[in-house]
Design a protein around this ligand. Structure first.
Ligand SMILES: [Ca+2]
Ligand SMILES: [Ca+2]
Ligand SMILES: [Ca+2]
Ligand SMILES: [Ca+2]
Length: 319
């Protein structure tokens, strides 16, 4: 039920716009301060970690039990899966424009346990990934579970699958995909040595004010995630994988906007704004068996304009 993982900013936006109405008939529901909610959430998460034990079973199955604080078996104290955290910013977006990053001042602490590192590759945050999960609230209830796996991507475009919440997405960079995938005699697939992580997500990196079925608004949640595979996406379907559209190579895909039209290159069909699509500019004709066919250049083979210094799809002086 990946509907639970859908990014909910549009709902949040709608609510805040609606809240701004001056109409007397409309109840005003102010959206709470993100920092204030985070402070409350992280305190609840830490109290949970200090008073709960975890029993890890098969893929997608864990059990949480309440125990006394100070017990060596609390998640906080146990050493089988050392408790770790990263400090990150919310990477959710209100639009896919260069300046569309959500306005969120909080630096989030994201606690996690690596259950299995995985033997394959770590995804980058804009890869398409195939994962399975179980989702819990802090009162140990399962609010959703997916045992078959599903594809998700970020940001969501017509060429990429549905997106998931920021905390889910960002923790995947800490584990790796399966070493290999083999087919069983009955035709089902066997995922060998996939990565698995359990992450404790403050609501600001999840659904925030937007209540979901079995998840009240502003509640932290827990995901037990198994990462099976990843593929690099071509978000704008211009023939260039997004990893090749990070022109300045700084790992931020949103700050490369060659034609300054507000749409970053990896979401822009005409990167240099010369009126010719990138796909047209990186297509060449070659004769094979007496007929001319069209092919796309490999990234490294895309030529520059005559006397140009950058590849032609980034140079409006030629096409
Ligand atoms: Ca592309
Ligand atoms: Ca652009
Ligand atoms: Ca592009
Ligand atoms: Ca162009």
């Amino acid at each position: 039920m990946k509907i639970f993982l859908k990014y909910t900013c549009i709902a949040a936006l709608t609510i805040s716009l609606w809240s701004c109405k001056k109409d007397d008939d409309v109840e005003v529901i102010p959206v709470r301060e993100r920092q204030e909610v985070y402070n409350e959430n992280i305190s609840n998460i830490e109290a949970f970690l200090k008073s709960t034990s975890i029993t890890v079973e098969n893929e997608n199955n864990v059990t949480f039990d309440s125990i006394a604080e100070g017990n060596p078996n609390t998640i906080w104290n146990q050493t089988l899966y050392p408790l770790q955290y990263i400090e990150i910013k919310n990477d959710s977006r209100t639009t896919n424009k260069v300046d569309g990053l959500i306005n969120d001042p909080v630096t989030y602490k994201l606690y996690y346990l690596v259950i299995n590192e995985g033997g394959g590759d770590s995804p980058i945050t804009i890869d398409n990934v195939f994962t399975k999960y179980t989702g819990f609230t802090l009162n140990h209830n399962i609010f959703d579970k997916n045992d078959t796996g599903f594809w998700s991507g970020f940001p969501e475009t017509s060429y990429t699958p549905t997106s998931v919440i920021s905390g889910y997405r960002q923790i995947l960079t800490k584990i790796k995909t399966a070493t290999s995938i083999t087919e069983n005699p009955d035709g089902t697939l066997q995922y060998n040595n996939p990565g698995r992580v359990i992450v404790f997500i403050p609501s600001g990196l999840g659904y925030f004010n937007s209540a979901q079925t079995n998840i009240p608004g502003y509640s932290p949640i827990i995901f037990d995630i198994t990462l099976v595979s990843r593929v690099h996406a071509d978000h704008d379907n211009d023939g260039l994988l997004s990893i090749y559209e990070d022109v300045n190579g700084n790992g931020d895909y949103w700050d490369d906007d060659t034609d300054n039209d507000g749409t970053p290159n990896f979401l822009d069909l005409d990167d240099d704004g010369d009126g010719y699509t990138t796909r047209e500019e990186i297509t060449y004709e070659i004769e094979e068996g007496g007929v001319m066919i069209s092919k796309l250049y490999d990234f490294e083979d895309i030529p520059n304009c005559d006397n140009g210094t950058v590849k032609k799809h980034l140079d409006k002086n030629c096409h």
